[in-house]
Design a protein around this ligand. Sequence first.
Ligand code: SF4
Length: 701
Amino acid sequence: ALPLLESAREVATHCPYCALQCGMTLRETPQGRVEVAARDFPTNRGGLCQKGWTSAELLDHPERLTTPLVEGQPATWDEAYDFIVDGVRRVQDAHGRDAVAVFGGGGLTNEKAYTLGKFARVALRTANIDYNGRFCMSSAAAAGNRSFGIDRGLPFPMADIAEADTLLLIGANVAETMPPFARYLTEQRQRGGTQIVVDPRATPTARAATLHLQPTPGTDLALALGLLHIVVAEGLTDPAYLAERTTGWDAVRKTVAGYWPARVELLTGVPVADLEATARALAAADRAIILTARGAEQHAKGVDTVTAFINLALALGLPGRPGSGYGCLTGQGNGQGGREHGQKADQLPGYRKIDDPAARAHVAGVWGVDPDSIPGPGLSAYELLDALGQPGGPKAMLVFGSNPVVSAPRAARITERLKSLDLLVVCDFFLSETAAIADVVLPVAQWAEEDGTMTNLEGRVLRRRALRKPPPGIGTDLAVMAELASRLGRTGDGRSVTGGERSGGFSAEPYAVFEELRRATAGGVADYAGVTWERVDAENGVFWPCPAADRAGTPRLFEEGFPTPDGRARMIAVEHRPVAEEIDAEYPLYLTTGRVLAQYQSGAQTRRIAALPGGPFVELHPDLAERLGIDDGDPVRVLSRRGEMTAPARVVTTIRPDTLFAPFHYSGTGRANSLTGDALDPISRMPEFKVCAVRIEPVTP
Ligand code: SF4
């Protein structure tokens, strides 16, 4: 830790990036420089990764936006607001209310995510709001809701992970994506625990594990079914748990009967002996935990894949047992809170369903509007982006905290869709690739310049604290929404307001917004009614659900039962199915995409930090490289049916010979999402980011 500087101002807060939300202290020196120190918090226990250590460099970055831009030219805030309001009115008058869309982000604070959902439905009166979390967590969320009746990434505190006897991680490379988390894995192994990692690549996480299963991309579902087959065949299920705490077991048992080990080895490429070792290690453990992440979830069958692993956990009697269970590792900073408060197309605050009359009546009461005025469900993220500028689709979009030009699948097509809009507005602090093509760009505050709350991957609500005010001329997302609602004359009747600068129903003050959020979520699945900023400060975070100020939060779920009508978990029979785009003679390789240690999401922030190394690359196996005459470092072109990317080759033995890997953080010719496809999961509407068919060729001078 840094020594405390005399006369420095300091604040205890959290990292701006991933869902681990590591504790950090920010200190402003007398010279105005901001320094980062690691702070002990349950998720990071005093550790930070290089992204966190360097995060303060963004605050005074020379590329920071300092003034609104209208059609690429500096403008006053008044001019920018007038331009937006005129554009919104013109588009809605000509094409209807749903012709204006909103796109949010999983990094927005709870207060912003809540206000954004309200802004879309009350101020814009549009059904079309969704967010980039659809590309991140939606499959695990849908599976959790379907099986458990609730979606909370980890239904237990992270500390349980270190104490598991057996840990099965599917598609999670935490050693690179959230390094302080890897300490829990190290501790689990040091305690003698068995750790099994499923990943098509021998990532640093996989290499450290007791056992690495390296399946063909897109076959995790078959793998899960095969593991459950072995558990059944060897009599390793927990019959009492299945009888008392679940429904649907008979149908699941019949389905997995068809996934005998030799067949699953053929489907997945994972040897029978490894399948058996995994099933037996899970069954033999007193404490066993199964965790999925994007590798298992970002598929057109992501919901069923997660469901199959939940079925496995239920058959073994894990969920609700002390130190055991199934969990999902959320990715974005507020990936959990961001999906609870209404910026999803089909949701209202408190994880309420937007088509539920009782939910609409409750939220309408808080917002001070007629329940019938709240629009119904809108389009999911990819479908929304793909409809932009198309007949019947939105003609205007407001983007907060997202950069879909880099992060959306089939990105070249989505970029063209965004360019075709009559009005594109982006709130950001840098000129991201999406902001660069916007009609209006509004410069907004960064994480260290405003207060708020985040909800981490454990469901723990925590406080983000401002170290200093935003620089002159820079606004905040909340102020932008409040001002636009006011200028549009659509603020609700204001009955919900408890404070803040704005009149009407929108406050620019995070505290006031959170107080309203508490009322809006009261009685919902994600109930924050008893969470206050004061409690969060005093208790090192509060776990939801927390329905009353005099009630403790809920670190562990499912101990007594599941939040389903009959209190039992629902086991759903699912079947393996092929990937959306199989390899063939023209495109004979699988491409899988992912992250690297030094970069975060679309890279709009981390690519601007000089101390964070990196650039696009393509990993391929030495056998493939030799066959194609490619040496390490050679420029290569990767092509799919949707586009191409070029980048230096990385020849590595850690990848399967039939698979390429490219990180998705980069833009321009190195943009991996130029290649990815738009097949969607039928339930979560998650695109199949993790596998598509490609070919690779050397770039000849
Ligand atoms: Fe922690 Fe994630 Fe920030 Fe790294 S990026 S310091 S793991 S919160």
